[in-house]
Design a protein around this ligand. Sequence first.
Ligand SMILES: NC(=O)c1ccc[n+]([C@@H]2O[C@H](COP(=O)([O-])OP(=O)(O)OC[C@H]3O[C@@H](n4cnc5c(N)ncnc54)[C@H](OP(=O)(O)O)[C@@H]3O)[C@@H](O)[C@H]2O)c1
Length: 337
Amino acid sequence: MPELPATFPAFVVDKPQGGTFSRGLRDFATADLPPGEVTVRVEWSSVNFKDGLASREDGRVARSYPLIPGIDLAGVVVASEDPAFAVGSAVLANGYDIGVARHGGYGELARLPSGWVVPMPVGMIARDAMVIGTAGFTAAMSVAALETHGLRAGEGPVLVTGASGGVGSMAIAMLAARGHEVWAATGKASEHERLARLGATGFLTREEVTGPGRPLDSARWAGAVDTVGAATLPYVLRTLCIGAAVASSGNASGAELVTTVFPFILRGVALLGMDSGNMAIEPRRALWVRLAGDLSPRAMLVDGESLAQVSLDTLESALDAIHAGEARGRWVVRVAA
Ligand SMILES: NC(=O)c1ccc[n+]([C@@H]2O[C@H](COP(=O)([O-])OP(=O)(O)OC[C@H]3O[C@@H](n4cnc5c(N)ncnc54)[C@H](OP(=O)(O)O)[C@@H]3O)[C@@H](O)[C@H]2O)c1
């Protein structure tokens, strides 16, 4: 087994008790990694909305300090106490406490319980795994949940809110690839061309999907993926067709939900909650296999404009940009070459 280095480069956020908040790149002691069966040399991570929050003093997401954020990671096993994960094998991980209460992907080494580790699916490379990352995983959960609920291609348009962001862009690519007619609600008109390349065929402005309305408005959507929350979920609920569902994953605009019960009791609408953090490991591994297959967001993986690459020392600006709602697809983080 190769000797691990005594320290490794990591982007660390810290707030010592009674001290001031700080964040930045520094050397982190390998001995300070938590216990766990699998140690990974992290090659790639990504920037998700939650990472933006975990890296801010007012983010209310980080649950311990010092913390290496990064809620997802992909790399190679460099030490293992679990025969299921041989040294040298390619793995990824996302969710659970990673990057919020336990050191995550923004460091060259990560140590995890083997029950949180996902073997790299056949046909997927580490960079693509993190282009997909937690955002793509959540989009896949959403699409799978809508289809399990009964959504079928050809039954009508499917709405995606927060369309320019990570979950939104990924959901558009997946839904379109599966034959659905996809409409994108975005606050950024400049994004229409990119979202059309991913497969969106109709667009709504942010104004059209926010603000007050009647308890029920014209039924329009065969399904919806909502990543925005407070501002848009009430609109989505009151415009879903009879028996349709919305997969709700996000609170990019806020967490409160002001609605009536009429969509539920007069149209049988379903509100499906998406929690990527706590999905059990077996269905998580199975969904990653689908992400390399029938749920692959292929158009996102090859669309240069939908992807930006940062490194540990240029990560900070991406963390601030995602918090400011400036996402245009996904940022991948090159952690170790
Ligand atoms: N439940 C889960 O397991 C899970 C997993 C991943 C992410 N999430 C959540 O899902 C949401 C999206 O995550 P993400 O990684 O896709 O973030 P993101 O890349 O920042 O995308 C969020 C998008 O929401 C829209 N938006 C932002 N602020 C808004 C506002 N005030 N009003 C209306 N729209 C606004 C913007 O898109 P437009 O400009 O195109 O409208 C923005 O690009 C976040 O709340 C995140 O925490 C949840």
